[in-house]
Design a protein around this ligand. Structure first.
Ligand SMILES: *Cc1c(COP(=O)(O)O)cnc(C)c1O
Length: 344
């Protein structure tokens, strides 16, 4: 196997093993690793008809001293439980989830990109309704899977500031599913993202759909701002997906960089007061935002379009330092993965 780590994009690559567990008659089976990357389900499966599916996204990293580690998988397990509850799906227990993640990464250890390559191993747990449904109701049988894929940086061209636009589309209804990682949230964001790209923007910055005055997040990443006096702030809203990267960055800002942090409502009309802005999520880690366009009103952050702002850069360096083992992690953030031993 020869992989050119440097040229990897953010895309799917088939690896050797994936984890598969099935839920039937009210319980999960043992679960196992499989070499089959295809899913075969009934034509009327719940996921195909009514989009009964949710997912997670996380990464495994190769540390400076050659270990393979996973970043806070317990939080992904817990968030998936919340998604499953909201979507009338059976929960996949946290311990089983973490064990499954370890098994898949361990068995695909040669796909974990080398330290310093800029690439990482993306881990995708997901669950979907498998048995036939016709009337609108939850499935009774489900499959939980985890596959992994080595990925390069999410935004091609590295850590360059991007431009957002405020779209005339909503992402999350006030009492809807914006706070859970449901596939349906993404299905309906596809038109908005294609439209944004056609108009020359990198991403959509959604505002709250009730009043269309408050900043929420983009289609797949949370947002943070830095005020002129170096406070790190992030929108408070119960229709935002609780990003693990964002929660980790807020902790890092406070505990490692000694900055003030705050989660509060942020008006779209006040973003001109901030000096830095960045998107955060597992895929992109932290992507600086240079400009936001809201129907002709252009906000250009003082950090500019050439490089990340100073605080954004520090946050990025500290969080990736923790993930890559260069900086001491807070207790419980790093899960070490042992390479799979050959069966003798
Ligand atoms: C997954 C996701 C994020 C990022 O969450 P992380 O846990 O940091 O990867 C942010 N917003 C949305 C809508 C998401 O689906």
């Amino acid at each position: 196997m020869e992989i050119d780590w440097q040229s990897l994009g953010f895309g799917y690559m088939k690896t050797d093993y994936r984890y598969v567990a099935n839920f039937k008659d009210g319980k999960w089976d043992e679960g196992e690793l499989s070499t089959d990357s295809n899913v075969v389900i009934n034509e009327s499966a719940g996921v195909l008809q009514y989009a009964q599916t949710c997912f997670e996204g996380m990464k495994a990293y190769r540390t400076e001293d050659g270990r393979v580690v996973c970043f806070r998988p317990d939080l992904n397990a817990q968030r998936m439980i919340e998604s499953c509850k909201r979507l009338e799906m059976p929960i996949f227990p946290e311990e089983k989830f973490i064990d499954a993640v370890k098994q898949v990464v361990s068995k695909n250890i040669d796909f974990v990109p080398p330290y310093g390559s800029g690439a990482t191993l993306y881990i995708r747990p997901y669950m979907f309704g498998t048995n036939p449904v016709m009337g609108v109701k939850p499935a009774t049988e489900f499959q939980f899977r985890i596959f992994v894929s080595p990925v390069g940086p999410y935004f091609k061209g590295g850590i360059k500031p991007i431009t957002l636009r405020v779209p005339d589309f909503d992402r999350a209804a006030p009492l809807g599913t914006g706070h859970v990682k449901a596939g349906l949230n993404y299905a309906m964001s596809l038109h908005a993202i294609v439209d944004a790209h056609n108009q020359g923007y990198n991403e959509n910055l959604y505002v709250d759909s009730a009043t269309r005055t408050k900043v929420e997040e983009t289609g797949g990443a949370n947002i943070i701002f830095v005020t002129k006096d170096n406070k790190v702030i992030t929108p408070k809203s119960n229709t935002i997906l609780p990003s693990i990267t964002r929660r980790s960055l807020m902790y890092v800002a406070k505990e490692y960089l000694g900055l003030e942090v705050e989660e509060r409502e942020i008006g779209i009309n006040e973003i001109g007061n901030f000096k830095e802005c960045a998107l955060c999520g597992t895929a992109a880690v932290l992507s600086p935002v240079g400009k936001v366009v809201d129907h002709g009103k252009v906000t250009e952050f003082p950090s500019g379009m050439d490089k990340p702002g100073e605080i954004t850069q520090k946050l990025y360096d500290t969080l990736t330092g923790i993930q890559m083992g260069r900086i001491q992690a807070p207790k419980g953030w790093i899960y070490e993965i042992e390479p799979a031993k050959a069966i003798v």
